[in-house]
Design a binder for this molecule. Structure first.
Ligand SMILES: Cc1cccc(O)c1O
Ligand SMILES: [Fe+2]
Length: 293
């Protein structure tokens, strides 16, 4: 029994209002609820997928992984405990606040909160409607997208996410970020999405490197790229990744980490075999040139 897909992500942010306009006006996700200290956003029929809460860290604050039933939740709890992970069964109140039927929580090796749940809330009666006209995001059994964590100890992180949570390795990329800084990125899948989580041992002031949303239309990437280009917040230009073949770009968020906005990734299929790469992209994904001042 392993986690099935990434259901939701939470971030602690110093400027909730900046995130509200970033999410709705640049990424085209839909605000579900919110006030001056927190906000939730939708990308599909689910009641919410992304949450921001006022705080000082400007970093990831929790990740919620989905399983398909109460039985699967009990099985994943057993698996985690068998790997020595301390698991809390959250109260019905806390589960209700997340809009789920059953909720477990634990911490990963660097203390990031990891939640596992079943029974999320679907809102078919209130169809997703992108404020910027995004045609739709690719979710369903592949979950909300992916995220990349910078970890101090890659072996401990792999032990937790692979051995305890049940992810599988898709491939690795030996990424030379600069002449003096290189790292090996480990890409992990738990469904057909090539990676739901990637881990990199990188010195980083933040735990999260980026999160990724995948659209169902190539033009959505272009339209969204233009919005980031218009205010000089493109971080890596348009490009296509070597491993999942995603066409995407990276933009800056109000919290200093990045968002990747993509389309057209290939899936992990039965019989997939692990390979390695020396480049993150066939082409593109170059550092954006700072606008001339
Ligand atoms: C750095 C990097 C490399 C390959 C795929 C990705 O999604 C990514 O973010
Ligand atoms: Fe990515």
């Amino acid at each position: 029994m392993s986690v099935q897909r990434l259901g939701y992500l939470g971030f602690e942010v110093s400027d909730v209002q900046a995130w509200r306009s970033f999410m709705t006006q640049k990424l085209g996700v839909m605000e579900a609820s919110g006030d001056e200290s927190s906000a939730r956003f939708r990308i599909d029929s689910r009641a919410w997928r992304l949450q921001v809460d006022k705080g000082t860290s400007d970093d990831i604050s929790f990740a919620g992984f989905e399983v398909d039933s109460a039985q699967s939740l009990a099985a994943i709890r057993k698996r985690l405990e068998a790997h020595g992970v301390e698991v809390t069964t959250e109260s019905a109140d806390v589960a209700a606040k997340r809009g789920v039927l059953g909720l477990l929580s634990c911490s990963d090796p660097v203390g990031s909160r990891v939640e596992i749940y079943y029974g999320a809330t679907e809102l078919f009666e209130e169809p997703f409607n992108s404020p910027t006209g995004v045609h739709g995001f690719l979710t369903d059994d592949q979950g909300l997208g992916h995220y990349v964590l910078a970890v101090p100890d890659i072996d401990a992180a792999l032990e937790f996410y692979v051995e305890a949570l049940g992810f599988h390795l898709s491939d690795v990329i030996d990424w030379q970020l600069t002449d003096t800084l290189g790292t090996t990125l480990h890409f992990l899948h738990c469904n057909g999405r090539h990676h739901t989580l990637a881990l990199a041992s990188l010195p980083s002031p933040k735990k999260v490197h980026h999160f990724m949303l995948e659209t169902t239309s190539m033009d959505d990437v272009g339209f969204t790229y233009d919005r980031f280009d218009a205010d000089g917040t493109v971080v890596l230009t348009l490009g296509r990744h070597t491993n999942d073949h995603m066409f995407s770009f990276y933009g800056g968020t109000p919290s200093g980490f990045a968002v990747e906005f993509g389309w057209g990734a290939r899936n992990v299929e039965p019989g997939w075999s692990v390979v390695r790469y020396d480049k993150i992209s066939y082409w593109g994904h170059k550092p954006a040139k700072k606008p001339e001042v």
